[in-house]
Design a protein around this ligand. Structure first.
Ligand SMILES: NC(=O)c1ccc[n+]([C@@H]2O[C@H](COP(=O)([O-])OP(=O)(O)OC[C@H]3O[C@@H](n4cnc5c(N)ncnc54)[C@H](O)[C@@H]3O)[C@@H](O)[C@H]2O)c1
Length: 284
């Protein structure tokens, strides 16, 4: 996997592009417009600079990563890619469109088309292409350069060869720990995590406890690195809502139903860290 494409350079796409470039691949990043592209490039650059400043990444590796990256709004630049990882917003219609486009523009017949979706069935995206055996889920965790896990999700039609290549790429050059999940909403981690986050939001909404006390309880009492509300802010309230809706639609279990507070805050643009206001406030 020496020629990598990443579609969408938001929170996740910028992290995926960063680790792929740091691993030595030539990486083409595609965004929907110039403004989003500039924001994505700035996000990636600031993550790389932070990693250098903290001593985690040598300056030489960061410079090489920068040289490996190119940014564009033109999907046809993906034509010679061996793997394309899609990380656009969690919206089925949008992702389906992106996969139909990838199927048209990626010319390598062996190329892997991967999605970082948190909850959309891989098979639905695979069926938007003429090569479902090469479509697979690669579910990274935020922040991508820091968290080591990748869930690999094969659909009913993903070939064993595609699965093996993706396992090898994620655990080799990308240095991730891989776990395997079936093609079910939420996969392994979110099927466990989302009900926990929703319970914390319900607790806040009902006045049972304050946001500070809920988070302090889990950080200090259970040694979690952050509380559930701060974690929801980090993931993004819109993304959390979308994942909860998919889980609820798939399993129809009440503990997956999004509480109204999450929907209203999301509709109000109070999305967490990315909008600087969620359950807590964040400085620019
Ligand atoms: N946030 C998390 O913690 C997390 C964790 C794992 C997986 N995911 C998944 O990763 C994906 C991306 O989430 P995110 O948090 O990075 O969202 P985000 O909103 O930060 O980024 C999405 C990016 O996609 C871009 N985009 C939208 N339409 C596009 C198009 N047609 N072509 C190219 N780019 C386009 C947007 O401009 C934006 O920069 C989602 O599927 C989400 O479920 C998120």
């Amino acid at each position: 996997m020496e020629r990598v494409g990443v579609v969408g350079c938001g929170l996740m796409g910028s992290g995926i592009a960063e680790i792929a470039a740091r691993a030595g691949a030539d990486v083409v990043v595609v965004e929907r417009d110039r403004e989003a592209l500039a924001a994505g490039q700035a996000r990636l650059e600031s993550s790389l600079s932070r990693a250098v400043a903290s001593g985690k990444v040598p300056e030489a590796e960061a410079s090489e990563a920068r040289a490996n990256l190119s940014y564009t709004t033109d999907f046809t630049r993906l034509t010679d890619r061996q793997i394309v990882i899609e990380a656009v917003a969690e919206n089925e219609e949008l992702k389906t469109e992106v996969f139909a486009t990838l199927d048209k523009v990626v010319s390598d017949p062996d190329a892997v088309l991967a999605t970082n979706t948190s909850s959309i069935p891989i098979i639905k995206l695979a069926m938007a292409t003429g090569r479902p055996e090469q479509v697979i889920g690669m579910h990274f965790f935020n922040p991508v350069p820091v968290l080591k896990l990748v869930e690999v999700i094969s659909s009913l039609l993903t070939s064993a060869e595609t699965t093996a290549r993706v396992h090898e790429y994620a655990s080799g050059p990308l240095g991730k720990k891989v776990i395997t999940s079936p093609d079910r909403a939420g996969f392994v981690v979110n099927a466990l995590l989302i009900p926990y986050l929703l319970s914390a939001i319900r607790m806040l909404e009902s006045g049972f406890a304050s946001a500070e006390d809920i988070d302090t309880g889990m950080v200090v009492g259970c040694a979690h690195p952050m509380g559930p509300l701060a974690l929801t802010d980090l993931i993004g309230l819109d993304t959390t809502l979308a994942v909860a809706e998919s889980l609820y639609e798939e399993f129809k279990e009440p503990h997956f139903a999004p509480p109204p507070l999450l929907s209203r805050m999301s509709q109000a643009g109070l999305l967490g860290r990315k909008s600087r206001q969620g359950f807590f406030s964040y400085k620019a």
